[in-house]
Design a protein around this ligand. Structure first.
Ligand code: COA
Ligand code: AMP
Length: 624
């Protein structure tokens, strides 16, 4: 392990006040903190400090003479638009949107829901909220009206910002019917950005973005306490109710800036592209805040790694925008590989600017890693983290060392994080033994330390199971060198194309389908998306609906209630579900059959014949 990494890790552990205090000194503080480390085990950090995240992301660079540097390049493969904003231009836009918000009565602490596609105005809106101390809550465009409504009910926004449409390959996502349904009876003002190529008629109570912006004043930053929330980002939990992860201002800004320099190894002026979506934490941290805090140029991309128009899109943009560091999900690499197995199309692009590719959102399997490593001939860095943590906890620090990770592993703990793998009783597992991945408290700056409207839920969810540690919910093992291999979840969350989804929430949607009395949703391994959900559903005796129709109804109901992103396309109508004698559905065994075609009959099974018949039917249908 390289010297500088070891020093940083030791310093972060033994003298966190000095370590994070030094990191914080690069930022502008309206009032310096009175203490660096948190009093509570999880945060907040930098108590007593007063700061503005938007000032640090924009104004600070303009005031230092970098106003002409590109801050944002927004590229749409869907509309063929390309817009560049210098730091000065982006600041001006943000000041005006912040002004329009203030004029609409939005002030410190108010929540603003942003339900928008990948357009520059979405980034501008996020920064404008930060500027005036409002709290944004971005909702991913692939969620359906019901999921949006759940977030509206929890965050209670004073304003919703949206757009007329989003574009997905071969289809237009009409946002307004979803907004209409999600805001029905909720009386929240809505402002709509008209996409140039797809303007839509607005309901009388909604405001057109351009009208809203007319003569908008340019407003200054409202400085906030260190632990004032910057944003709420909802993520799937083990119940159908999404968890509102709260990110506070100061720790977030410090951690992201530190991570840009030391984890990603970028300098100000570099071009950083996270090919993700602003609806996910990767988008928040590394499309919007991280690169701008670090004075980099960030790239915002509307499109897919394949099919928009082809599998060269990523490489074309790297060349076009002279990207230095690229970040995406392994599923994107798998999608590209399917269409360019020999890498001939990738090889057309010299990409001399590109220094490294970071992958996260799911485990990078060794095969995918090997393929992209051979083709790209650059460091490929798997990094593990979660919405809760906000920035990479495991990985390789390009700014500190250059040692390779073991293929298939997420790497070593990043300075500030101390990881362990423990058994059910909280005892440390020996090397190469699977257990739950936990992180020693206190969590570093930037990690979430409360849930929105959460009460004791944070503690119950993350802290109580293993005293002194944060429970990640992931299963992992350490190798003899301490390199961490993250292998999957310990709960009912699954990872579909790098998207974290709850099978529990899907089960609720399946069970609501008329004609279905009971169901189980489990994950099937998938060569492209990592995992995909599969539903087993029991038809009601009195239902007259045919099996095929019922399967379609289930698929449609999940799309309607959760959204297309759930990607539930496989449904099996079964006579009964396999259960233990105490009535627990044998979900793991169902998943085992889907993945391998074999299963071990659990000793506690109630009726083995059900499993046998499901297994026979799946085999007959060629489903494993
Ligand atoms: N708005 C509306 N719908 C959306 C959406 C959005 N922002 N994003 C996805 N969807 C829809 C898709 O259109 C698709 O609908 P369909 O079932 O009608 O085809 C469904 O949700 C699933 O989308 P997706 O997961 O993107 O799968 P895909 O088959 O369209 O594409 C990949 C496969 C691998 C190309 C794609 O998943 C991808 O680019 N992954 C990158 C992963 C990523 O960015 N992860 C973020 C964490 S880093
Ligand atoms: P999210 O909160 O949506 O970012 O999802 C976080 C979850 O995705 C983690 O708890 C893991 O289950 C999974 N995940 C993210 N990155 C990785 C990775 N590099 N390796 C393995 N799993 C990952």
């Amino acid at each position: 392990m390289a010297h500088s990494l070891r020093i940083a890790r030791t310093a972060a552990r033994s003298n966190p006040d000095e370590f994070w205090g030094d990191a914080a000194a690069s930022l502008h503080w309206e009032r310096r903190w009175s203490s660096v480390s948190p009093e509570q085990a999880v945060g907040p950090w930098f108590s007593g400090g007063v700061i503005n995240t938007c000032f640090n992301a924009l104004d600070r660079h303009v005031l230092s003479g970098f106003g002409k540097r590109n801050a944002l390049i927004a590229i749409s493969a869907m509309t063929d638009e390309r817009v560049e904003y210098s730091y000065a231009e982006l600041l001006l836009e943000v000041q005006r949107v912040a002004g329009a918000m203030q004029r609409s009565g939005i002030s410190y602490g108010d929540r603003v829901v942003i339900y928008m596609p990948m357009v520059a105005q979405a980034v501008i809106a996020m920064l404008a909220c930060a500027r005036i101390g409002a709290v944004h809550s971005v909702v991913f465009g692939g969620f359906a009206a019901r999921e949006l409504a759940k977030r509206i009910d929890d965050a209670k926004p004073a304003l919703i910002l949206t757009a007329s449409c989003g574009f997905e390959p071969g289809k237009t996502i009409e946002y307004l019917p979803l907004i209409r349904e999600a805001t029905h009876g909720r009386n929240v003002p809505v402002v709509v950005l008209q996409r140039k190529s797809a303007p839509r008629e607005l309901d009388p109570q909604w405001q057109d973005w351009d009208d809203w912006m007319v003569e908008a004043p340019q407003v200054d930053c409202v400085s906030v306490e260190a632990d004032a929330p910057l944003y709420i980002l909802y993520t799937s939990g083990t119940t159908g109710k999404p968890k509102g992860i709260v990110r506070s201002n100061a720790g977030h800004a410090v951690a992201l800036l530190w991570s840009m320099r030391h984890v990603f190894g970028v300098e100000d002026g570099d071009v950083f592209w996270a090919a993700s979506d602003i609806g996910w934490v990767v988008g928040h941290s590394y499309i919007v805040y991280g690169p701008l805090l670090a004075g980099c140029t960030t790239v915002l991309f509307e499109g897919k790694p394949v099919g928009t128009p082809d599998c060269e899109t990523l490489w074309r943009i790297v060349e076009d925008a002279q990207v230095n560091v690229l970040f995406t999900a392994p599923t994107a690499v798998r999608a590209i590989r399917r269409e360019d197995a020999d890498g001939r199309r990738l090889a057309k692009y010299p990409m001399s600017s590109l220094r490294a590719l970071f992958l996260a959102g799911e485990r990078t399997d060794p095969e995918t890693l090997h393929w992209i490593e051979t083709k790209l001939k650059r460091p490929i860095i798997d990094n593990w983290w979660q919405t809760e943590l906000g920035w990479p906890a495991l990985g390789r620090c390009l700014g500190l060392e250059s040692e390779h990770q073991a293929p298939g592993s997420a790497g070593w703990p990043v300075p500030g994080f101390e990881a362990q793998v423990v058994d059910n009783l909280g005892q440390k597992c020996p090397p190469n033994t699977l257990g739950e991945l936990v992180i020693r408290l206190p969590l570093p700056p930037g990690a979430c330390h409360e849930l929105w409207n959460g009460g004791d839920r944070y503690s119950a969810q993350y802290l109580e199971r293993y005293p002194g540690f944060f429970a990640s919910g992931d299963m992992a093992y350490l190798d003899a060198r301490g390199c961490v291999f993250v292998m999957g979840r310990s709960d009912d969350l699954i990872n579909v194309a790098g998207h974290r989804l709850s099978t529990g929430a899907m089960e609720a949607a399946v069970a609501e389908t008329p004609g279905i009395v009971e169901c189980a949703v489990v994950a099937r391994r998938d060569g492209l998306k990592g995992q995909v959900p599969v539903a087993f559903a029991v038809k009601a005796d009195d239902s007259a609906t045919g099996v095929q129709q019922l399967e379609n109804d289930v698929v449609q109901n999940v799309r309607q209630t959760i959204g297309a992103v759930a990607a539930l396309k496989e449904v099996h109508i079964v006579s009964r579900l396999p259960k233990t004698r105490s009535g627990k559905i044998l979900r793991k065994t169902l998943a085992e059959i889907l993945d391998t075609g074999r299963y071990e009959t659990p000793a506690t099974i109630d009726d083995p014949e059900i499993l046998q018949s499901i297994s026979r039917d799946l085999a007959a249908g060629g489903r494993y």
